[in-house]
Ligand binder design. Structure first.
Ligand code: HEM
Length: 510
Protein backbone atom coordinates (compact mmCIF):
# COMPACT_ATOMS: atom_id res chain seq x y z
CA UNK A 1 0.00 0.00 0.00
CA UNK A 2 1.34 3.42 -0.95
CA UNK A 3 2.09 5.69 2.00
CA UNK A 4 0.19 8.95 2.01
CA UNK A 5 3.05 11.21 3.11
CA UNK A 6 0.84 14.26 2.96
CA UNK A 7 -1.52 12.80 5.56
CA UNK A 8 1.28 11.74 7.80
CA UNK A 9 2.89 15.16 7.77
CA UNK A 10 -0.50 16.72 8.59
CA UNK A 11 -1.06 14.44 11.61
CA UNK A 12 0.40 16.70 14.31
CA UNK A 13 -1.76 19.54 13.11
CA UNK A 14 -4.86 17.43 13.82
CA UNK A 15 -3.81 16.46 17.37
CA UNK A 16 -5.43 18.67 19.97
CA UNK A 17 -2.80 20.81 21.77
CA UNK A 18 -3.97 19.53 25.19
CA UNK A 19 -3.51 15.94 24.07
CA UNK A 20 -0.11 16.80 22.67
CA UNK A 21 0.87 18.50 25.93
CA UNK A 22 -0.34 15.56 27.99
CA UNK A 23 1.53 13.12 25.78
CA UNK A 24 4.70 15.16 26.16
CA UNK A 25 4.19 15.28 29.91
CA UNK A 26 3.67 11.51 30.12
CA UNK A 27 6.74 10.92 27.97
CA UNK A 28 8.84 13.22 30.22
CA UNK A 29 7.57 11.52 33.37
CA UNK A 30 8.33 8.13 31.84
CA UNK A 31 11.81 9.23 30.75
CA UNK A 32 12.47 10.78 34.17
CA UNK A 33 11.47 7.53 35.92
CA UNK A 34 13.39 5.43 33.42
CA UNK A 35 16.51 7.54 33.91
CA UNK A 36 16.23 7.31 37.71
CA UNK A 37 15.73 3.58 37.72
CA UNK A 38 18.27 2.49 35.12
CA UNK A 39 20.77 5.28 34.38
CA UNK A 40 21.08 7.29 37.63
CA UNK A 41 24.42 7.03 39.52
CA UNK A 42 22.50 5.19 42.32
CA UNK A 43 21.13 2.56 39.90
CA UNK A 44 23.17 -0.29 41.40
CA UNK A 45 21.43 0.08 44.80
CA UNK A 46 18.43 -2.25 45.20
CA UNK A 47 14.94 -1.09 46.02
CA UNK A 48 11.36 -1.25 44.75
CA UNK A 49 11.13 -0.02 41.15
CA UNK A 50 8.54 2.71 41.71
CA UNK A 51 10.40 4.10 44.71
CA UNK A 52 13.71 4.12 42.81
CA UNK A 53 12.02 5.95 39.94
CA UNK A 54 9.98 8.60 41.74
CA UNK A 55 9.86 10.34 45.14
CA UNK A 56 6.07 10.22 45.22
CA UNK A 57 5.63 6.73 46.82
CA UNK A 58 7.87 7.85 49.71
CA UNK A 59 5.79 11.00 50.16
CA UNK A 60 2.47 9.15 50.00
CA UNK A 61 3.73 6.61 52.50
CA UNK A 62 4.84 9.40 54.85
CA UNK A 63 1.44 11.05 54.59
CA UNK A 64 -0.32 7.76 55.29
CA UNK A 65 1.76 7.32 58.43
CA UNK A 66 3.22 4.02 57.25
CA UNK A 67 6.71 4.87 56.04
CA UNK A 68 8.30 2.94 58.92
CA UNK A 69 6.43 -0.23 57.92
CA UNK A 70 7.40 0.08 54.27
CA UNK A 71 11.06 0.64 55.19
CA UNK A 72 11.00 -2.38 57.49
CA UNK A 73 9.61 -4.57 54.68
CA UNK A 74 12.13 -3.23 52.17
CA UNK A 75 15.09 -3.92 54.45
CA UNK A 76 13.80 -7.46 54.97
CA UNK A 77 13.49 -7.96 51.20
CA UNK A 78 16.46 -6.04 49.76
CA UNK A 79 18.98 -6.17 52.62
CA UNK A 80 20.93 -3.60 54.61
CA UNK A 81 20.99 -0.83 51.98
CA UNK A 82 17.83 0.14 50.14
CA UNK A 83 17.21 2.90 47.63
CA UNK A 84 13.94 4.37 48.88
CA UNK A 85 13.71 7.36 46.52
CA UNK A 86 15.62 8.44 43.41
CA UNK A 87 18.12 10.32 45.61
CA UNK A 88 17.82 8.54 48.98
CA UNK A 89 19.34 5.44 50.58
CA UNK A 90 18.19 3.85 53.82
CA UNK A 91 20.67 1.80 55.89
CA UNK A 92 20.17 -1.04 58.38
CA UNK A 93 23.89 -1.60 58.94
CA UNK A 94 25.64 -0.52 62.16
CA UNK A 95 28.65 0.78 60.18
CA UNK A 96 26.39 3.52 58.86
CA UNK A 97 26.35 5.22 62.29
CA UNK A 98 30.01 6.08 62.02
CA UNK A 99 30.05 6.82 58.31
CA UNK A 100 26.97 9.06 58.20
CA UNK A 101 26.74 10.69 61.62
CA UNK A 102 30.20 10.77 63.23
CA UNK A 103 33.12 13.03 62.33
CA UNK A 104 35.43 10.90 60.19
CA UNK A 105 38.99 12.22 59.94
CA UNK A 106 39.70 13.18 56.34
CA UNK A 107 35.99 13.27 55.42
CA UNK A 108 33.60 16.19 55.11
CA UNK A 109 30.64 16.23 57.53
CA UNK A 110 27.24 14.98 56.31
CA UNK A 111 24.77 17.80 57.03
CA UNK A 112 21.12 17.32 57.96
CA UNK A 113 19.04 17.55 54.81
CA UNK A 114 17.13 20.71 54.08
CA UNK A 115 13.62 19.40 53.66
CA UNK A 116 13.23 19.07 57.44
CA UNK A 117 13.17 21.88 59.97
CA UNK A 118 13.35 24.47 57.23
CA UNK A 119 13.08 28.05 58.44
CA UNK A 120 9.54 29.44 58.20
CA UNK A 121 10.81 32.98 57.52
CA UNK A 122 14.07 34.21 56.05
CA UNK A 123 14.91 36.28 59.12
CA UNK A 124 14.38 33.31 61.46
CA UNK A 125 17.61 31.79 62.82
CA UNK A 126 18.44 28.10 62.50
CA UNK A 127 17.76 26.02 65.60
CA UNK A 128 20.00 23.39 67.16
CA UNK A 129 18.08 20.88 64.99
CA UNK A 130 18.70 22.89 61.80
CA UNK A 131 21.04 21.95 58.98
CA UNK A 132 23.49 24.84 59.28
CA UNK A 133 26.59 23.32 60.87
CA UNK A 134 28.06 26.61 62.13
CA UNK A 135 24.86 27.65 63.92
CA UNK A 136 24.51 24.13 65.24
CA UNK A 137 28.03 24.08 66.68
CA UNK A 138 27.52 27.47 68.38
CA UNK A 139 24.16 26.50 69.88
CA UNK A 140 25.33 23.03 70.91
CA UNK A 141 28.31 24.59 72.75
CA UNK A 142 25.97 26.94 74.59
CA UNK A 143 23.30 24.42 75.54
CA UNK A 144 25.79 21.66 76.43
CA UNK A 145 26.30 23.58 79.69
CA UNK A 146 22.70 22.92 80.67
CA UNK A 147 23.17 19.18 80.17
CA UNK A 148 26.54 18.71 81.89
CA UNK A 149 26.91 16.25 84.79
CA UNK A 150 26.74 19.14 87.26
CA UNK A 151 23.63 20.63 85.68
CA UNK A 152 21.95 17.22 85.74
CA UNK A 153 22.74 16.87 89.44
CA UNK A 154 21.23 20.32 90.06
CA UNK A 155 18.13 19.42 88.04
CA UNK A 156 17.60 16.04 89.76
CA UNK A 157 15.40 17.45 92.60
CA UNK A 158 13.22 19.21 90.02
CA UNK A 159 12.72 15.96 88.08
CA UNK A 160 11.98 14.09 91.31
CA UNK A 161 9.48 16.76 92.39
CA UNK A 162 7.49 16.35 89.18
CA UNK A 163 7.61 12.55 89.39
CA UNK A 164 6.28 12.85 92.95
CA UNK A 165 3.46 15.10 91.79
CA UNK A 166 2.68 12.56 89.06
CA UNK A 167 2.47 9.80 91.69
CA UNK A 168 0.40 11.94 94.06
CA UNK A 169 -2.09 12.68 91.30
CA UNK A 170 -2.31 9.01 90.36
CA UNK A 171 -2.97 8.15 93.99
CA UNK A 172 -5.46 10.96 94.57
CA UNK A 173 -8.96 9.96 95.73
CA UNK A 174 -11.59 9.65 92.98
CA UNK A 175 -14.70 11.74 93.50
CA UNK A 176 -13.49 12.38 97.04
CA UNK A 177 -13.22 8.68 97.90
CA UNK A 178 -10.34 6.29 98.34
CA UNK A 179 -10.15 3.68 95.62
CA UNK A 180 -8.88 0.13 95.33
CA UNK A 181 -8.55 -0.04 91.53
CA UNK A 182 -8.48 2.74 89.00
CA UNK A 183 -8.10 2.89 85.21
CA UNK A 184 -5.52 5.36 83.95
CA UNK A 185 -4.64 6.26 80.37
CA UNK A 186 -0.86 6.42 80.71
CA UNK A 187 -0.40 7.67 77.17
CA UNK A 188 -1.95 10.92 78.43
CA UNK A 189 -0.43 10.96 81.89
CA UNK A 190 3.14 10.43 80.67
CA UNK A 191 2.58 13.40 78.38
CA UNK A 192 1.33 15.48 81.31
CA UNK A 193 4.40 14.62 83.35
CA UNK A 194 7.07 15.09 80.71
CA UNK A 195 5.60 18.29 79.27
CA UNK A 196 5.11 19.86 82.73
CA UNK A 197 8.71 19.09 83.56
CA UNK A 198 10.01 20.37 80.21
CA UNK A 199 7.93 23.54 80.66
CA UNK A 200 9.59 24.16 84.01
CA UNK A 201 13.10 23.47 82.70
CA UNK A 202 12.73 25.65 79.59
CA UNK A 203 10.12 28.34 80.23
CA UNK A 204 10.41 28.46 84.01
CA UNK A 205 6.74 27.48 84.39
CA UNK A 206 4.88 24.21 84.41
CA UNK A 207 2.05 23.68 81.94
CA UNK A 208 0.06 22.40 84.96
CA UNK A 209 -1.24 19.38 83.06
CA UNK A 210 -0.68 17.14 86.10
CA UNK A 211 -2.42 19.56 88.42
CA UNK A 212 -5.42 20.01 86.13
CA UNK A 213 -5.54 16.43 84.87
CA UNK A 214 -5.74 17.68 81.30
CA UNK A 215 -3.44 18.85 78.54
CA UNK A 216 -2.53 22.54 78.34
CA UNK A 217 -3.26 24.18 74.97
CA UNK A 218 0.49 24.26 74.17
CA UNK A 219 0.76 20.53 74.82
CA UNK A 220 -2.40 19.78 72.87
CA UNK A 221 -1.06 21.55 69.81
CA UNK A 222 2.13 19.50 69.89
CA UNK A 223 0.04 16.39 69.27
CA UNK A 224 -0.34 17.56 65.66
CA UNK A 225 3.27 18.63 65.50
CA UNK A 226 4.49 15.41 63.89
CA UNK A 227 1.79 15.56 61.21
CA UNK A 228 2.64 19.19 60.43
CA UNK A 229 6.35 18.38 60.25
CA UNK A 230 5.74 15.37 58.02
CA UNK A 231 3.62 17.46 55.69
CA UNK A 232 6.12 20.28 55.44
CA UNK A 233 9.01 17.83 54.97
CA UNK A 234 7.03 16.19 52.12
CA UNK A 235 6.20 19.47 50.44
CA UNK A 236 9.80 20.61 50.71
CA UNK A 237 10.82 17.60 48.60
CA UNK A 238 9.61 19.47 45.53
CA UNK A 239 11.63 22.63 45.02
CA UNK A 240 10.77 25.12 43.59
CA UNK A 241 7.09 24.09 43.55
CA UNK A 242 7.24 23.84 47.34
CA UNK A 243 6.66 27.59 47.47
CA UNK A 244 3.25 27.07 45.85
CA UNK A 245 2.45 23.82 47.60
CA UNK A 246 2.84 25.48 50.96
CA UNK A 247 -0.46 27.23 50.27
CA UNK A 248 -2.27 23.90 50.14
CA UNK A 249 -1.14 22.89 53.61
CA UNK A 250 -4.46 22.63 55.47
CA UNK A 251 -5.08 26.03 57.00
CA UNK A 252 -5.88 24.66 60.44
CA UNK A 253 -2.56 22.77 60.58
CA UNK A 254 -0.64 25.89 59.52
CA UNK A 255 -2.54 28.09 61.98
CA UNK A 256 -2.03 25.74 64.92
CA UNK A 257 1.65 25.57 64.16
CA UNK A 258 1.88 29.40 64.03
CA UNK A 259 -0.10 29.74 67.29
CA UNK A 260 2.19 27.25 68.92
CA UNK A 261 5.27 29.18 67.88
CA UNK A 262 3.86 32.48 69.04
CA UNK A 263 2.96 31.09 72.44
CA UNK A 264 6.39 29.46 72.83
CA UNK A 265 8.23 32.61 71.87
CA UNK A 266 6.26 34.58 74.45
CA UNK A 267 7.03 31.99 77.10
CA UNK A 268 10.72 32.08 76.16
CA UNK A 269 10.80 35.87 76.50
CA UNK A 270 9.05 35.62 79.88
CA UNK A 271 11.66 33.12 81.07
CA UNK A 272 14.57 35.27 79.94
CA UNK A 273 13.02 38.31 81.61
CA UNK A 274 12.95 36.45 84.95
CA UNK A 275 16.66 37.05 85.48
CA UNK A 276 16.94 34.45 88.23
CA UNK A 277 19.21 31.44 88.60
CA UNK A 278 17.21 28.23 88.36
CA UNK A 279 18.26 24.58 88.01
CA UNK A 280 17.06 24.27 84.43
CA UNK A 281 18.05 24.21 80.75
CA UNK A 282 18.43 28.00 80.64
CA UNK A 283 20.55 29.31 83.53
CA UNK A 284 23.80 27.40 82.72
CA UNK A 285 23.47 28.40 79.05
CA UNK A 286 22.83 32.04 79.96
CA UNK A 287 25.93 32.07 82.16
CA UNK A 288 28.03 30.61 79.36
CA UNK A 289 26.61 33.12 76.88
CA UNK A 290 27.46 36.01 79.17
CA UNK A 291 31.13 35.12 78.71
CA UNK A 292 31.35 33.42 75.31
CA UNK A 293 29.14 33.03 72.23
CA UNK A 294 26.02 35.15 72.61
CA UNK A 295 22.70 33.78 71.43
CA UNK A 296 20.30 36.32 69.95
CA UNK A 297 16.78 36.65 71.35
CA UNK A 298 15.40 34.88 68.27
CA UNK A 299 17.88 32.02 68.72
CA UNK A 300 16.72 31.64 72.31
CA UNK A 301 13.09 31.61 71.24
CA UNK A 302 13.42 28.95 68.56
CA UNK A 303 15.76 26.76 70.61
CA UNK A 304 13.65 26.76 73.76
CA UNK A 305 10.69 25.67 71.65
CA UNK A 306 12.69 22.87 70.03
CA UNK A 307 14.22 21.71 73.31
CA UNK A 308 10.93 21.80 75.24
CA UNK A 309 9.38 19.58 72.61
CA UNK A 310 12.38 17.28 72.04
CA UNK A 311 12.74 16.85 75.80
CA UNK A 312 9.16 15.81 76.45
CA UNK A 313 7.50 14.03 73.52
CA UNK A 314 10.38 11.57 73.18
CA UNK A 315 10.28 10.49 76.83
CA UNK A 316 6.48 10.27 76.85
CA UNK A 317 6.66 8.10 73.75
CA UNK A 318 9.37 5.85 75.20
CA UNK A 319 7.53 5.46 78.51
CA UNK A 320 4.21 4.63 76.84
CA UNK A 321 5.90 2.02 74.66
CA UNK A 322 7.86 0.49 77.55
CA UNK A 323 4.84 0.28 79.83
CA UNK A 324 2.79 -1.31 77.04
CA UNK A 325 5.52 -3.89 76.42
CA UNK A 326 5.58 -4.68 80.15
CA UNK A 327 1.79 -5.02 80.25
CA UNK A 328 1.97 -7.43 77.33
CA UNK A 329 4.94 -9.42 78.74
CA UNK A 330 4.03 -10.52 82.23
CA UNK A 331 7.32 -12.38 82.81
CA UNK A 332 9.34 -9.22 82.24
CA UNK A 333 6.90 -7.20 84.35
CA UNK A 334 7.21 -9.67 87.22
CA UNK A 335 11.02 -9.74 87.09
CA UNK A 336 11.26 -5.95 86.98
CA UNK A 337 8.75 -5.47 89.81
CA UNK A 338 10.71 -7.93 91.96
CA UNK A 339 13.95 -6.08 91.26
CA UNK A 340 12.49 -2.68 92.14
CA UNK A 341 10.61 -3.77 95.26
CA UNK A 342 13.65 -5.69 96.43
CA UNK A 343 15.89 -2.65 96.02
CA UNK A 344 13.90 -0.06 97.97
CA UNK A 345 12.47 -0.09 101.49
CA UNK A 346 10.32 2.96 100.98
CA UNK A 347 9.20 4.97 98.00
CA UNK A 348 11.04 8.08 99.14
CA UNK A 349 14.33 6.16 98.62
CA UNK A 350 13.61 6.03 94.90
CA UNK A 351 15.69 8.82 93.43
CA UNK A 352 17.62 9.48 90.24
CA UNK A 353 20.89 8.53 91.94
CA UNK A 354 19.52 5.34 93.53
CA UNK A 355 18.00 3.93 90.33
CA UNK A 356 21.28 4.05 88.38
CA UNK A 357 22.36 0.49 88.80
CA UNK A 358 19.28 -1.69 88.53
CA UNK A 359 20.34 -4.10 85.80
CA UNK A 360 16.92 -5.32 84.73
CA UNK A 361 15.41 -1.82 84.81
CA UNK A 362 18.14 -0.65 82.44
CA UNK A 363 17.63 -3.69 80.22
CA UNK A 364 13.87 -3.06 80.02
CA UNK A 365 14.40 0.58 79.04
CA UNK A 366 16.98 -0.36 76.41
CA UNK A 367 14.81 -3.07 74.92
CA UNK A 368 11.87 -0.64 74.76
CA UNK A 369 14.04 1.90 72.95
CA UNK A 370 15.28 -0.78 70.54
CA UNK A 371 11.90 -2.20 69.67
CA UNK A 372 9.87 1.02 69.66
CA UNK A 373 12.37 3.87 69.17
CA UNK A 374 10.81 7.31 69.79
CA UNK A 375 12.70 8.74 66.80
CA UNK A 376 11.21 6.28 64.30
CA UNK A 377 12.44 7.81 61.06
CA UNK A 378 15.84 9.49 60.98
CA UNK A 379 16.32 12.96 59.57
CA UNK A 380 18.30 12.10 56.42
CA UNK A 381 21.81 13.48 56.03
CA UNK A 382 23.28 14.69 52.74
CA UNK A 383 26.45 13.17 51.27
CA UNK A 384 28.85 16.09 50.75
CA UNK A 385 29.83 17.40 47.34
CA UNK A 386 32.25 15.05 45.59
CA UNK A 387 30.66 11.96 47.16
CA UNK A 388 31.89 9.63 49.91
CA UNK A 389 31.79 6.04 51.03
CA UNK A 390 29.09 4.66 53.34
CA UNK A 391 29.37 1.05 54.54
CA UNK A 392 32.23 0.53 52.14
CA UNK A 393 30.30 1.60 49.03
CA UNK A 394 30.59 4.80 47.03
CA UNK A 395 27.69 7.24 47.23
CA UNK A 396 27.53 10.33 45.01
CA UNK A 397 27.40 13.84 46.52
CA UNK A 398 23.90 15.20 47.22
CA UNK A 399 22.40 11.78 48.03
CA UNK A 400 20.20 11.65 51.15
CA UNK A 401 21.26 8.89 53.53
CA UNK A 402 19.78 7.74 56.86
CA UNK A 403 19.82 4.90 59.32
CA UNK A 404 16.15 4.46 60.16
CA UNK A 405 16.08 2.91 63.62
CA UNK A 406 12.73 1.18 63.62
CA UNK A 407 13.30 -0.67 60.35
CA UNK A 408 16.93 -1.49 61.16
CA UNK A 409 16.26 -2.72 64.71
CA UNK A 410 13.55 -5.08 63.56
CA UNK A 411 15.62 -7.13 61.10
CA UNK A 412 16.47 -10.75 61.84
CA UNK A 413 19.98 -10.19 60.47
CA UNK A 414 20.53 -7.60 63.23
CA UNK A 415 18.67 -9.04 66.24
CA UNK A 416 17.46 -12.46 67.28
CA UNK A 417 13.61 -12.52 67.35
CA UNK A 418 13.74 -8.87 66.30
CA UNK A 419 10.04 -8.14 66.84
CA UNK A 420 9.94 -9.60 70.35
CA UNK A 421 10.41 -7.77 73.65
CA UNK A 422 13.35 -9.56 75.29
CA UNK A 423 15.15 -7.34 77.85
CA UNK A 424 17.47 -10.25 78.66
CA UNK A 425 19.37 -9.60 75.42
CA UNK A 426 20.83 -6.52 77.13
CA UNK A 427 21.89 -8.42 80.26
CA UNK A 428 24.10 -10.97 78.53
CA UNK A 429 24.49 -9.74 74.97
CA UNK A 430 25.45 -12.44 72.51
CA UNK A 431 27.22 -10.73 69.60
CA UNK A 432 26.49 -13.75 67.39
CA UNK A 433 22.75 -13.01 67.42
CA UNK A 434 22.37 -9.44 68.65
CA UNK A 435 24.24 -6.64 66.90
CA UNK A 436 24.45 -4.21 69.82
CA UNK A 437 26.54 -1.75 67.76
CA UNK A 438 23.32 -0.98 65.89
CA UNK A 439 21.53 0.07 69.07
CA UNK A 440 21.96 3.86 69.20
CA UNK A 441 18.57 5.31 70.14
CA UNK A 442 20.16 8.69 70.86
CA UNK A 443 22.31 8.76 67.70
CA UNK A 444 26.08 9.20 67.62
CA UNK A 445 28.35 12.11 66.81
CA UNK A 446 27.97 15.86 66.97
CA UNK A 447 24.17 15.79 66.54
CA UNK A 448 23.59 13.07 69.12
CA UNK A 449 20.89 13.69 71.71
CA UNK A 450 21.93 16.42 74.13
CA UNK A 451 19.38 15.19 76.69
CA UNK A 452 20.34 11.51 76.70
CA UNK A 453 21.50 11.25 80.31
CA UNK A 454 18.56 13.18 81.63
CA UNK A 455 16.15 11.11 79.53
CA UNK A 456 17.50 7.83 80.89
CA UNK A 457 17.48 9.09 84.50
CA UNK A 458 13.94 10.35 84.13
CA UNK A 459 12.69 7.06 82.66
CA UNK A 460 14.36 5.00 85.39
CA UNK A 461 12.87 6.97 88.24
CA UNK A 462 9.36 7.09 86.73
CA UNK A 463 9.26 3.34 86.09
CA UNK A 464 10.73 2.50 89.49
CA UNK A 465 8.21 4.68 91.33
CA UNK A 466 5.29 3.30 89.35
CA UNK A 467 6.10 -0.37 89.81
CA UNK A 468 7.11 0.03 93.45
CA UNK A 469 3.78 1.63 94.31
CA UNK A 470 1.26 -0.09 92.06
CA UNK A 471 0.31 -3.49 90.78
CA UNK A 472 -0.69 -2.83 87.21
CA UNK A 473 -2.40 -4.65 84.37
CA UNK A 474 -4.06 -3.86 81.06
CA UNK A 475 -7.62 -2.57 81.48
CA UNK A 476 -8.61 -4.84 78.58
CA UNK A 477 -6.57 -8.02 78.23
CA UNK A 478 -7.45 -8.10 74.51
CA UNK A 479 -5.86 -4.70 73.98
CA UNK A 480 -2.60 -6.34 72.82
CA UNK A 481 -0.78 -5.43 69.65
CA UNK A 482 2.65 -4.61 68.30
CA UNK A 483 3.67 -1.01 68.94
CA UNK A 484 4.87 -0.79 65.34
CA UNK A 485 1.31 -1.22 64.03
CA UNK A 486 0.61 2.41 64.93
CA UNK A 487 0.95 5.17 62.37
CA UNK A 488 3.92 7.41 62.50
CA UNK A 489 4.22 10.96 61.25
CA UNK A 490 7.91 11.33 62.00
CA UNK A 491 6.85 10.60 65.61
CA UNK A 492 4.46 7.89 66.77
CA UNK A 493 0.76 8.69 66.54
CA UNK A 494 0.20 7.02 69.89
CA UNK A 495 -2.95 5.15 70.86
CA UNK A 496 -4.29 5.23 74.44
CA UNK A 497 -2.72 2.90 77.00
CA UNK A 498 -5.47 2.12 79.50
CA UNK A 499 -4.12 0.38 82.57
CA UNK A 500 -5.67 -0.65 85.88
CA UNK A 501 -3.59 0.36 88.87
CA UNK A 502 -3.94 -1.07 92.39
CA UNK A 503 -1.97 -0.16 95.48
CA UNK A 504 0.70 -2.74 96.09
CA UNK A 505 0.32 -2.27 99.83
CA UNK A 506 3.56 -0.33 100.18
CA UNK A 507 3.44 3.09 101.81
CA UNK A 508 4.69 6.29 100.24
CA UNK A 509 7.17 8.53 102.03
CA UNK A 510 7.60 6.21 105.00
C1 HEM B 1 13.95 8.74 75.21
C2 HEM B 1 14.21 9.98 75.02
C3 HEM B 1 14.95 10.57 73.84
C4 HEM B 1 15.35 10.00 72.67
C5 HEM B 1 15.16 8.56 72.23
C6 HEM B 1 16.03 11.01 71.89
C7 HEM B 1 16.60 10.81 70.65
C8 HEM B 1 17.26 11.79 69.92
C9 HEM B 1 17.84 11.58 68.63
C10 HEM B 1 17.82 10.28 67.84
C11 HEM B 1 18.38 12.76 68.23
C12 HEM B 1 19.10 13.05 66.92
C13 HEM B 1 18.16 13.67 65.90
C14 HEM B 1 18.89 13.87 64.60
O1 HEM B 1 19.73 14.75 64.50
O2 HEM B 1 18.64 13.13 63.65
C15 HEM B 1 18.15 13.71 69.29
C16 HEM B 1 18.58 15.01 69.26
C17 HEM B 1 18.27 15.92 70.23
N1 HEM B 1 17.62 15.69 71.41
FE1 HEM B 1 16.90 13.92 72.06
N2 HEM B 1 16.01 12.18 72.61
C18 HEM B 1 15.39 11.94 73.81
C19 HEM B 1 15.21 12.84 74.84
C20 HEM B 1 15.66 14.14 74.84
C21 HEM B 1 15.60 15.02 75.98
C22 HEM B 1 15.12 14.69 77.38
C23 HEM B 1 16.08 16.21 75.56
C24 HEM B 1 16.23 17.40 76.46
C25 HEM B 1 16.08 18.55 76.22
C26 HEM B 1 16.45 16.08 74.15
C27 HEM B 1 16.96 17.09 73.33
C28 HEM B 1 17.52 16.88 72.09
C29 HEM B 1 18.15 17.93 71.31
C30 HEM B 1 18.26 19.40 71.69
C31 HEM B 1 18.63 17.33 70.14
C32 HEM B 1 19.43 17.99 69.03
C33 HEM B 1 20.91 17.80 69.38
C34 HEM B 1 21.87 18.37 68.36
O3 HEM B 1 21.57 18.42 67.19
O4 HEM B 1 22.96 18.78 68.78
N3 HEM B 1 16.18 14.80 73.76
N4 HEM B 1 17.46 13.09 70.32
Amino acid sequence: MAVDWKQLVMLPARVHPVVLLLSLLCASVFLYGFYNAFMHPLRKYPGPLLWRSFRIPYVISTQRGELHKRLKDFHAKYGTIVRVAPNELSYADSRAWKDIYANRPGHLPFQRNRTWFKKMHLDEPYSILGYDELSHAKQRRAFANSFSEKSLRDQAPVVERYVNLFMTQLEAPMAGRQWTAKTVNFEKWFNFLTFDLAGDLTFGQSFDCLKNGKAHFWVEITQDFGKGLAFIASVNQYPPIHKLLRYIIPKHIMQRSLDHRQMSFEKARERLALQVDRPDWVTPTLKYCAQKDQLTEKEWEINLLVIAFAGSETIASAMTAILRELMQHKGALYRLTQEIRGAFEKESDIKIASTNNLAYLNAVINEGLRLDPPVVIGIPRVVPEGGDTVCGQWVPGGTYVALNQYSANRQAYNFRSPNSFIPERFINPDPKVDNMALFQPFLVGRHSCIGMKLAISEMRVILAQLLWTFDIELADENDRWDWGEQDTYILWDKKPLNVIIRHAGKLRNK
